[in-house]
Design a protein around this ligand. Sequence first.
Ligand code: P6P
Length: 333
Amino acid sequence: MRRVTLMQYLIEQERQKDWINADLRLLIEVVSRACKAISIAIGKGELAGMLGGAGSENVQGEAQKKLDVISNEILLEANEWGGHLAAMASEEMDHPHQIPHRFPRGEYLLLFDPLDGSSNIDVNISVGTIFSVLRCPEGVTRPDDNAFLQPGASQVCAGYAVYGPSTLLVLTLGHGVACFTLDRETGSFILTQTDMRIPEDTGEFAINASNMRFWEPPVKRYIDELLAGKTGPRGRDFNMRWVASMVADVHRILTRGGIFLYPRDTKDPAKAGKLRLMYEANPMAFIVEQAGGAATNGRERILDLRPTGLHQRVAVILGSKNEVERVSGYHAA
Ligand code: P6P
């Protein structure tokens, strides 16, 4: 494959297609540069005193890591000057971040989980950044939470960076999924995969099995059948992986297939799930569907859900289409 940088890819897309314009191209380039800066900060780890707790809590009541706060700041500072955004929302902030008056505003809303899986950061396991792009509703000059509450099907772009052995940027503009690998020598993201596809069948599942006693019957039935392997109704053995970094688990599924489940459980009946709809489930569902996979909350397509809160949680079952459909069938039974 000829060496194509992210900038070249985006400019070629802008020339030939109608689904990207200069502002969206700038947004993606700026986010990619922020992800590069986050990758460098993570890579320094303890050498730069970046590990450990920040001594604060986020809107979810979760203890923030220093790198959670740093990653959030990097994304805010990188994006607020460009004139492409109307506002930003983040897992780490109660309410949307308004664009300072000294900068022009644009038509897009950017949502992100700046450092997903950050509980893994102190033990040197892959983490990531997840982002989602919506259009700001017409006439809204100071976007509040409600301006962001659009179904995932309204996204114009979504992507993630995974900070693993290599730093990758995976991106969809609604017309397939592309993957870029960070060349640390030149600082460019290089196109390394186009049109990523998730196999419709799989032999690998991802779930936090320690929650088994809290699962609803359809999930319990599904996982029991996988564990029964050759001796059970599925007639084959399955393998299990759980990184506890959604970005790492989703990237594995995007690369070789699989099903990821973070189902609703009765541990905290008031919670619809653990993962957040607006900046984890929606962008990942968009990417997974664009790669030929499926994403539901067990009963409904994630991208059809009508959001009611910026930080609302949702059950997530995504990946290889035939497995996700089987789980949905068990919920409907
Ligand atoms: P558990 C990370 O905190 C996260 O939000 C996702 O990245 C990950 O899939 C999940 O939570 C892990 O949850 O309960 O296994 O620690």
